[in-house]
Design a protein around this ligand. Structure first.
Ligand SMILES: [Zn+2]
Length: 411
């Protein structure tokens, strides 16, 4: 840690300050240098220099005056507001589910520059087939960034499975019936260049990150996220960042055992939260299995909400059981990580009015300390996974925007 400590520190501090300036412009919008210094807390005297650096990297520009003729404006006067150039650096987020692959190129402002998707046939897809679809869509996105003159910072691939960090291996994906699939290697073999940085992450973790960022300020430092769609997953946010454990397997609340003599679960264990709150048990309990099988999860959940709203006893019974199951999962998370908020995502968000009282009842039996724990529905719906993938991909950029090189031909 002592190697060249001083230069490293100076560079680190400078990168850190550039990141603060970019975050402030992202969050507050166009600002003059004076306003940027005031809003960011950065020293005003350093602002000219920091802004010049960001301009030289093509990351910010002076907002065009309405009647601009372009002359004499390049340096910008102190009161000229600055704005982020959104298409200079992009992150590619890819979301894989059992049915489809969706991809978006996002700017650091959150704007979407490009999107693409592939529908997967439901049965008989090998890991190689899925990797080929993902590879095709990544190559399309890379071609778009090249044509637009943008820099592709990284590609974050979110999938409904715990993901190990070692060589991009998927340890087990229940939705796909995969065990130890070297997905990143297969995506490379599908023609994605080594120049494109690829990261695999669980979609519950990216969704947790996005939903955490969408919370009202001030946000608690620790949050527990539980998500259900085709399965039940979860994520932990600690100090504002995803905490996924050593191999990316942490936070998988769906497969916490809540009854060791309970129902068998698709993961191979018994009595998991998912065996009671997953879409199949929920639909079975509510008498909606035919809707689930014919029309999918969203249709089944909509029908469940309609029946529960009408006071249908089977629907309410299924929700009661699911709420208790999620409640015991949340209780275990409370004991392990002591969250400041619990966020329900996926279809648990619209079911929040029925689930929340059951969850509260279960966790209140543990300790008075959890009695006032906020348990709230996620705000982002289906957007959460890709929003979070982009956020995760931009983290190194906001830590130090100088990872974007200087423009070779400044205009
Ligand atoms: Zn399980």
């Amino acid at each position: 840690m002592n190697d060249q400590q001083r230069p490293a520190d100076v560079k680190t501090i400078r990168g850190h300050n550039l990141g603060i300036a970019m975050r402030t412009l992202r969050d507050v919008g166009p600002l003059s240098r004076v306003q940027l210094a005031r809003q960011s807390g950065l020293v005003h005297a350093s602002m000219t220099n920091l802004v010049a650096d960001l301009e030289a990297r093509g990351l910010v520009r002076a907002v065009e005056p309405a009647r601009a003729d372009g002359r004499g404006r390049r340096r910008g006067r102190p009161a000229t507001p600055l704005e982020i150039i959104p298409d200079r650096a992009l992150v590619l987020g890819v979301s894989l589910t059992r049915d489809r692959v969706d991809a978006e190129l996002a700017a650091c402002t959150g704007a979407v520059a490009w999107s693409g998707s592939r529908v997967l046939c439901r049965d008989g897809l090998s890991p190689e087939d899925v990797a080929q679809h993902i590879g095709d869509i990544i190559r399309e996105a890379v071609a778009f960034t090249a044509a637009a003159g943008s820099l592709l910072l990284t590609c974050v691939i979110a999938l409904p499975a715990p993901v190990g960090s070692e060589a991009g291996e998927v340890k087990a994906a229940i939705d796909f019936g995969w065990q130890r699939v070297p997905l990143l290697q297969l995506i490379r073999q599908a023609g994605v260049s080594d120049a494109v940085e690829l990261t695999l992450v669980s979609d519950a973790n990216t969704a947790a990150l996005a939903e955490y960022a969408a919370l009202d300020q001030p946000r608690p430092p620790v949050a527990a996220y539980v998500k259900a769609d085709v399965g039940v997953g979860g994520g932990i946010i600690a100090n504002g960042a995803i905490f996924a454990g050593q191999d990316g397997l942490g936070g998988a609340v769906g497969h916490i055992t809540i009854d060791w003599r309970g129902r068998p679960c698709a993961c191979g264990s018994v009595g998991c939260v998912a065996a009671y709150a997953g879409p199949e048990p929920l639909a079975d309990g509510a008498g909606l299995r035919d809707v689930l099988d014919a029309d999918g999860v969203d249709a089944a959940i909509n029908a469940l909400i309609a029946r529960a709203s009408d006071g249908d006893a089977r629907a309410l019974g299924a929700l009661d059981l699911a709420g208790r199951a999620v409640g015991f999962g949340v209780k275990a998370m409370c004991a392990l990580i002591d969250p400041g908020v619990v966020i329900l995502g996926g279809y648990l968000a619209p079911l929040h009015p029925w689930l929340e009282p059951r969850i509260r009842e279960i966790i209140a039996s543990q300790t008075a300390l959890t009695a006032h724990l906020p348990i709230q529905p996620g705000r982002l719906g289906a957007r959460a996974v890709l929003d979070g993938a982009a956020k995760l991909g931009f983290e190194p950029f906001f830590d130090d925007p100088s990872i974007v090189p200087l423009l070779s031909h400044p205009s």
